[in-house]
Ligand binder design. Structure first.
Ligand code: C2E
Ligand code: CA
Ligand code: CA
Length: 595
C-alpha cells in the first residue's frame, strides 16, 4: 500500500510545521484571502489583502463589516448573497460562487476590478466564508488591448469588419423593431492606387487615416462606421421612418463630399480625394449578415464600374440577377455532367476565293428540356465561377476530335479550326502541357488549330499570357487576337504579342458601307493589322454589300451570317465540301436555322 508520506512527500512532520506551512501559503498567495463570519464581519485577512486594498495593518480590517472592501453598488447584492447562504438555501461546501469583474474599493475609496471566488466552511457550529479576491487591473487592461486589436483597426482606430459583423447581427437578428430599415454601405477611396504609386504606402496609410477621421465625423449618427481592408470603409445606418434608402444614400453622399472637399495635406503633398460607395437596404434585400456584406461588396464594385464618385444602391432586380446567376452556376455544373453542351462550327471564308478553309468552333448548350442557352449568357458566369476550364476543355477536345476525323479527308483535312480560349485557361500553369498532350493523344498536327484569345485577355495579364501564347505559337498553333478593337489595350500590345491573325470586331462594321467615316475607320484598322504582319478576319458580316466592301480592303478572311451561320458538324462538313466544289462566294445568306 502506498503510504500518505510517499503520496505527499512534502507533507509536514508535525502539526506546528503544517500550520506554519499553511500560514506561509496564506500570506504568500497572489490573491487577497478574506474570511468573514455569517454576520458579514471580517475575521481574518492575509498580507496581500493589505497591499491590494491599500491598508497598513490587519487590525484596520478585522472586525469591520465586509462592505468596507466593496463598491457600494455591490453591497446590496452582497447582502442578498450572504443572506441566501446563511439561511441555508445552498448547502454545498464547495466553491459557492464566482463573481467576475466586479469592482472592489480600496482604503482611499478608489475602485478596481476584481474576480472573487467564495467558499464556505463550518467551524464550531458557525459558518464562515472565505473570499479569494484577485486584482484584475493589469489583466483587464491587457484584455482591453486584445479586444481593441480584435475589434478595432490599428491604423484608423475605427472599428473593423469583425465589429461590423456584430453590428449586423444585432441589427438583423432582432434587437430592433421589425419595421426598422437599415442602409449598409461600402465606401472606397477613388485615388488610392495613384496615391500609393506616387507617394508610397506610408503616405497612402496617412491618407486612409485622415479620410477615416473625416468620414467618421461626417457619418454620425450611425450604427457603425469603420474600416475594412485597404482603402475601404463601411457604414451601417438606420433609415429614418418616412425616408427612402435612396434619399438617405444621397444625403450620405453629400455629407461625404462636404467632408472631403478640402484637399488632404501630408508632408509636402496636397491631394484631392473622392470616394465611391455601394450599398443596399437591409433587411429588405438581405437578412443574413454574411449575405448583406457580400451584396454590399457587389454594389461597391458595380459603383466603381459605373458610378464612380457616386453612391450606387443595389436594386431588387440586381439581387434577382445574382440569384439567377448562382442558379446558372449549378445548371452549368450539371450540364457538363449531363453532356448538354455540343460544338457548332461557323465557316470562315477566304475572301479572295470564296472557299471555306477555316472555321470557328463555338459552344452551344441545349438543356434536357430542349431550351437553348446562349453562350453570351453562360460564358461570363462560367468564367467568374471557375467553370470555364471544364467548358474550355470540352470544346478543345471536341475540336481535336473533329480535326482527327477530318485528317484523312482530302477536303476537310485542309480546314483550320479556331477555338476560343478563355483567360482562366491560359493562366493555368499546366495549360501548355495539356494542349501538347492532347495533340499527341489525338495525333493531329498543331497547324490545324488556331487559338482565339481576346484582346482584353491579352491586355489584362500581359506578362503571363504573352509568355504562354509565345510557347503555344512555338508549338505550331496559330494565335488570333479576337474581338480586336473592343478592349482597352494599347496598340503597343500588337508589337509584343506573338500572333498571326487579328479578328476585327463586328462593332467596326456599324455604318459600313454607307458612312464614309465608318469605312475609313475599318480600312485603317485593316491596314494597320496588315502592316503589323497580321492576317485579318472581319467578323459579323451580315449582308452582301458589307461583304463586297470588306473584299475591297484586301483582307483575307470574312466570317458572318451572310456566309454561313454556326452549324452542327455534319452540316458544316457538307458546307465545306460544297464550297470546295464551287470556289466562289455564295450569292445569298445561308438560310439555315441559326444555332
Ligand atoms: P466570339 O468569339 O466573338 O464569337 C463570335 C460570335 O459572333 C458567335 O456568337 C457567333 O455566333 C456570332 N456571329 C457570327 N456571325 C455573326 C453575324 O453575322 N452577326 C452577328 N450578330 N453575330 C454573329 P456566339 O456563338 O453566341 O458566341 C458569343 C461569344 O461567346 C463568343 O464571341 C465567345 O466570346 C463566347 N464563346 C462561344 N463559344 C465559346 C467557347 O467554346 N469557349 C469560350 N471561351 N468562349 C466561347
Ligand atoms: Ca471568337
Ligand atoms: Ca470575336
Amino acid at each position: 500500500m502506498t503510504s500518505p508520506k510517499r503520496l505527499f512527500p512534502m507533507q509536514a512532520e508535525t502539526l506546528e510545521e503544517q500550520v506554519e506551512r499553511l500560514e506561509s501559503v496564506f500570506h504568500n498567495s497572489h490573491d487577497a484571502i478574506v474570511t468573514m463570519n455569517n454576520r458579514s464581519e471580517i475575521v481574518s485577512v492575509n498580507k496581500p489583502t493589505l497591499t491590494i486594498f491599500g491598508y497598513d495593518s490587519a487590525e484596520e480590517l478585522v472586525g469591520q463589516r465586509i462592505e468596507i472592501l466593496m463598491n457600494s453598488n455591490h453591497s446590496e447584492h452582497h447582502a442578498r448573497y450572504v443572506a441566501e447562504h446563511i439561511n441555508g438555501h445552498r448547502q454545498e461546501r464547495e466553491i459557492m460562487g464566482r463573481l467576475r469583474r466586479i469592482h472592489a474599493a480600496k482604503k482611499d475609496g478608489s475602485l478596481f476590478p476584481v474576480d472573487i471566488h467564495v467558499s464556505d466552511y463550518e467551524f464550531d457550529g458557525e459558518r464562515y466564508f472565505v473570499g479569494f479576491v484577485r486584482d484584475m487591473t493589469g489583466i483587464q487592461e491587457t484584455e482591453a488591448r486584445i479586444h481593441k486589436s480584435l475589434f478595432y483597426d490599428q491604423l484608423t482606430g475605427l472599428p473593423n469588419k469583425e465589429t461590423l459583423n456584430q453590428s449586423l447581427e444585432t441589427v438583423l437578428n432582432g434587437e430592433f423593431d421589425e419595421s426598422a430599415r437599415f442602409l449598409l454601405m461600402e465606401i472606397g477611396i477613388d485615388q488610392m492606387r495613384a496615391i500609393n504609386t506616387t507617394f508610397g504606402m506610408k503616405d497612402g496609410n496617412t491618407v486612409i487615416r485622415l479620410v477615416g477621421e473625416r468620414l467618421a465625423q461626417a457619418l454620425v449618427p450611425a450604427e457603425f462606421v469603420g474600416r475594412g481592408n485597404g482603402d475601404r470603409f463601411s457604414g451601417l445606418f438606420e433609415i429614418p421612418s418616412g425616408m427612402s434608402a435612396e434619399a438617405l444614400a444621397e444625403d450620405i453622399r453629400d455629407r461625404m463630399r462636404a467632408a472631403l472637399s478640402d484637399p488632404f495635406e501630408f508632408g509636402a503633398a496636397r491631394v484631392s480625394i473622392s470616394v465611391t460607395a455601394g450599398g443596399l437596404e437591409i433587411p429588405r434585400l438581405a437578412t443574413d449578415p454574411g449575405l448583406a456584406i457580400r451584396y454590399a461588396d457587389m454594389a461597391y464594385y458595380e459603383a466603381k464600374k459605373t458610378h464612380r464618385g457616386e453612391v450606387y444602391l443595389l436594386s431588387s432586380d440586381d439581387v434577382e440577377r445574382v440569384l439567377q446567376t448562382s442558379a446558372l452556376v449549378h445548371q452549368i455544373r450539371d450540364a457538363l455532367q449531363m453532356q448538354e453542351f455540343f460544338p457548332v462550327f461557323q465557316p470562315k471564308i477566304d475572301l479572295a476565293t470564296g472557299a471555306c478553309r477555316a472555321a470557328e468552333c463555338l459552344i452551344r448548350w441545349r438543356t434536357q428540356e430542349g431550351r437553348m442557352i446562349p453562350p453570351g449568357l453562360f460564358i461570363p458566369v462560367a468564367e467568374s465561377a471557375d467553370l470555364i476550364e471544364g467548358i474550355g476543355r470540352f470544346i478543345f477536345l471536341e475540336s481535336c476530335a473533329a480535326v482527327q476525323e477530318w485528317k484523312t479527308d482530302p477536303v476537310l483535312s485542309k480546314v483550320k479550326l479556331a477555338v476560343n480560349i478563355s483567360p482562366k485557361q491560359l493562366e493555368r500553369p499546366n495549360f501548355v502541357d495539356f494542349v501538347s498532350n492532347t495533340l499527341e493523344t489525338f495525333d493531329i498536327p498543331p497547324s490545324c488549330l488556331e487559338f482565339e484569345i481576346t484582346e482584353t485577355t491579352l491586355a489584362n495579364n500581359p506578362r503571363v499570357t504573352f509568355a504562354t501564347v509565345a510557347t503555344l505559337s512555338e508549338m505550331g498553333i496559330s494565335i488570333s487576337i479576337d474581338d480586336f478593337g473592343t478592349g482597352q489595350s494599347s496598340l503597343g500590345m500588337l508589337r509584343d504579342v506573338v500572333a498571326s491573325r487579328a479578328k476585327v470586331d463586328r462593332a467596326f462594321l456599324e455604318g459600313v458601307p454607307h458612312n464614309e467615316k465608318s469605312n475609313r475607320l475599318l480600312r485603317n484598322i485593316v491596314n494597320l493589322m496588315r502592316d503589323m504582319n497580321l492576317s485579318v478576319t472581319v467578323e459579323g458580316i451580315e449582308t452582301a454589300e458589307v461583304a463586297d466592301f470588306v473584299k475591297t480592303l484586301r483582307c483575307s478572311e470574312g466570317q458572318g451570317y451572310f456566309f454561313a451561320r454556326p452549324m452542327e458538324k455534319t452540316d458544316f462538313e457538307a458546307f465545306v465540301r460544297d464550297s470546295a466544289e464551287l470556289p466562289k462566294l455564295p450569292a445569298a445568306a445561308n438560310e439555315g436555322g441559326r444555332i
